[in-house]
Structures are given as C-alpha cells and as structure tokens.
Design a protein around this ligand. Structure first.
Ligand SMILES: O=C(O)CCC(=O)C(=O)O
Length: 248
C-alpha cells in the first residue's frame, strides 16, 4: 500500500516537506501526554502556570515505552521508507520530546520567526547530518501556537550552496552569513491536530514557531538516516534524489 500520492511526493521534492494527518491512534497520544506531564514544570490542571514553563530543551523521557510507541507502533517509519527506501535506512530510534511553552503574548501580536536553522551543523567544521525528519504534533496545535515551521524550498537552495561549498561550512548557514540564503520565502507553520506529521528533508531551514496561544505546544521530532550516510553525505548535494528509492 502506498502512503503518499504522486502529488505528495512531488510536493516533498519541490518544497522539502509534506504533511500527513491522523497517523497516531488516540490511545498512543493520550499515553504520551501523560508521560510528558510528569516532566513539565507546571500544573496540568492550571493553564495559568503553563506560560514560560520549563524545563527548556528536550524532555528527558525519550526512552519511555509510551513515547517510543508513538514512533514504533505507528506507520511513520513506513512513510519515511516509502520516500527514502526502507532497506537503505537505519532502524527508527527514539523521538525527541520538544515542548514549546506559551509566551504569554496575544495571538494578535504574533509574528512569524525571521529564519530557521539547519540541523547537524552546530559548530564550524562539523557536518553531522541525517536524511529525513518527522515532526509529530502530539497536542492540538492551533495557528500561532508554536507549531513546527519550515521555509519551503530552502532544501534546494541549501543543496545549491553545498555544491560549491564544503558541507563543513554548514555552520555559516546557521550563523546567517550566506547571501544565497538571505532572502527567504514566507515560512509555513505546521499547525494541526494530534497525529499530524510533517516529513521534511534534512536541508530544510526550520524551527519551532512562536507560541502565542494558551496551550503548551507538544511535538516529537525523529530523524532517520541512510545507513551509508557518512560515506555519501558529501556527494548528496550533487545528486539530491538519486539515493531516494521512492523519489529518484
Ligand atoms: O520544536 C520544533 O518544532 C523544532 C525543533 C527543531 O528545530 C529541531 O529539532 O532541530
């Protein structure tokens, strides 16, 4: 059975991401949310405590069976496999639990974030990248509610850049020092109910949006790798889709 239509695959290639809905059963979502609340420094029953709550960074519960189930007991890996080729990928790991707490600002005052970042380039001279990202909405994420945000088409511009600049200079992109990426398209904020999943190319500029709603934005991010990624990563900008069984 195919998970993606031809149009969805084309959308992924052209825009660098594709959104699917209803990929998680409600029971998986409810169980995961119960686990998350054991780690959030706020009172689940008092929304007044959710603004600027903590902790910052990923919650330390990626190893919990109910969190792992949101990836392993769902068709997410099959979807990624249909794009990149399941036999070519390492097995799924553990989701990163990413909360985005309300800022306390009014939705009317919301502004789109100015730019996103590229994962895997966290310091000068290092490229530690991946292949496909999957961001899963665990809470009901309203527009302006801190949803995962992508800059469509930036994967193609980043690939162009890496054709003439080493991957080891990727940190310059995150430092916003690249004229080729100075003028970005309008970002897309991936709001949507629990079970909405954004599949995205690893060269996409992205980040969490700004949460001007009342609810805590709960999302999980998983990253998937080609088994031979370390051998081929420097070649990928020159042949962006050749390795992707479902897209080449
Ligand atoms: O929390 C988010 O929506 C974005 C996460 C992110 O930027 C990342 O995983 O690199």
């Amino acid at each position: 059975m195919s998970h993606f239509t031809a149009e969805e695959k084309t959308h992924f290639k052209e825009h660098g991401y594709v959104i699917k809905h209803d990929l998680l059963r409600q029971e998986l979502i409810d169980n995961a949310i119960d686990v998350l609340w054991q780690h959030i420094e706020a009172n689940r029953d008092n929304p007044d405590t959710w603004t600027n709550a903590g902790p910052s960074g990923n919650l330390p519960c990626s190893d919990h069976p109910d969190i792992i189930a949101t990836l392993h007991d769902t068709p997410i890996y099959d979807h990624v496999g249909e794009l990149a080729g399941k036999d070519k990928l390492t097995p799924p790991g553990r989701p990163l639990c990413k909360m985005n707490y309300p800022t306390g600002n009014d939705p009317e005052d919301w502004e789109a974030p100015p730019r996103g970042h590229l994962d895997g380039y966290i310091t000068d001279g290092v490229a530690s990248t991946f292949t496909v990202g999957a961001t899963v909405n665990i809470s009901d994420i309203k527009p302006r509610g801190g949803g995962f945000t992508v800059w469509p088409g930036t994967h193609l511009r980043v690939a162009e850049y890496f054709k003439t600049h080493s991957l080891l200079t990727g940190w310059d992109i995150n430092r916003n020092e690249i004229p080729e990426l100075a003028d970005l398209p309008e970002p897309v904020e991936c709001a949507g109910p629990p079970g909405t999943v954004v599949f995205w190319h690893h060269y996409m500029l992205h980040r969490a949006g700004i949460n001007c709603q009342r609810d805590i934005r709960m999302a999980f991010v998983s990253r998937f790798n080609f088994k031979n990624l370390r051998q081929i990563q420097f070649d990928l900008p020159h042949d962006l889709w050749g390795q992707w069984e479902g897209l080449s």
